[in-house]
Design a protein around this ligand. Structure first.
Ligand SMILES: [Cu+2]
Length: 326
């Protein structure tokens, strides 16, 4: 049975039963996580079957036969040593595979095809598509605070979840940034999540598998306040052609928006210049006007003060009347 289980768990066939609760991974890294998960379960089942077997064997074959005390085996050195060494071996093996896979999962050396800055905030996400990763920008400029260029962005709200778009076969680098509290960036189909910590930008990267085009869910996996449960996003994996068209469209839209903004800024600048010129010319006339205006304002203020005092006096009288009436 153990052999069958081991074969089922580590074989190529990956169905819902043998994944033991983990969704079908869509990244190379996710497959590694799944393998670690399945391997750990195989080890746990092996230990479990051994222990249950010994218990059942003792119950059946070593039942109480007489009133005589059976031979006592405490302080039996070989058995005591076995009890100590065996668990240490089990833990050491689990530790080895965990450490090995963690190193692999946190590796960011490979050149990425896409760079995304993930901003997690209370309570949604913003995805900034960058021209390079933060680490690369810092290295290129030889300045720790150098920021990569944002090509275009998408931000969501708790009511309108944003969509993160990825391309099949891409190595995608994620820079995680939070301006407020700790969140956790979790795409269940990656079989991976990472905390998004204010003041400490985390990073990781994945290789998206071929043939995974489709829509997946993303969540925040760290209780981060009242609307934590609404901190959702969608992940859309596109086929290369579709993605390239989408990417070009987004870039164009961002460029057009930037140009529009520039034009608006220029117009505003020109208006300001014109106003400044007007002000210089009419400064003397305005001075005369403003003095008149100031006097008018003072009079109006004095009048309203009088009104307020009258009101207060009227209210006092009313309340006195009420008291007298009681
Ligand atoms: Cu959150």
């Amino acid at each position: 049975m153990l052999a069958a289980l081991g074969l089922a768990a580590t074989g190529c066939a990956s169905n819902e039963f043998t994944r033991l609760g983990v969704p079908e991974p869509i990244t190379e890294q996710g497959q590694r996580v799944l393998a670690l998960w399945q391997g750990s379960w195989v080890a746990a089942f092996a230990v479990g079957i051994l222990v249950w077997g010994l218990i059942i064997w003792s119950i059946i074959f070593h039942r109480k036969r007489s009133e005589q005390l059976p031979p006592q085996v405490r302080y039996n050195m070989p058995i005591e040593a076995l009890y100590t060494v065996l668990p240490i071996v089990v833990i050491a093996v689990l530790f080895y595979f965990t450490a090995r896979d963690q190193t692999y999962l946190l590796e960011t050396d490979e050149q990425a095809d896409a760079n995304v800055e993930v901003v997690a905030f209370q309570w949604s996400w913003e995805f900034n598509y960058l021209d390079q990763s933060k680490a690369e920008a810092a290295e290129a400029a030889d300045d720790e605070d150098a920021e990569p260029e944002t090509l275009f962005s998408e931000a969501g709200t708790p009511d309108q979840m944003p969509t993160l778009v990825l391309r099949e076969g891409d190595v995608v680098h994620f820079d995680l940034h939070s301006p407020d509290v700790i969140h956790s960036f979790w795409i269940p189909a990656f079989a991976f999540k990472m905390d998004v910590i204010p003041g400490h930008d985390n990073e990781f990267q994945v290789k998206v598998n071929e043939g995974t085009a489709g829509t997946y869910m993303g969540r925040c996996a760290e209780l981060c306040g009242a609307d934590h449960t609404r901190m959702l996003f969608q992940v859309e994996v596109m086929e290369p052609d579709e993605y390239d068209a989408w990417f070009a469209e987004q870039e164009e839209a961002a460029e057009a928006a930037a140009l529009e903004q520039e034009a608006a800024d220029q117009e505003a600048g020109q208006e300001q210049d014109a106003e400044a010129a007007d002000q210089e010319g009419g400064a003397e006339a305005e001075d005369a006007q403003s003095q008149d205006g100031a006097e008018d304002e003072e009079e109006a203020q004095a009048a309203s003060d009088d009104d307020q005092q009258d009101d207060a006096a009227a209210r006092d009288e009313e309340s006195q009347d009420e008291e007298a009436g009681r």
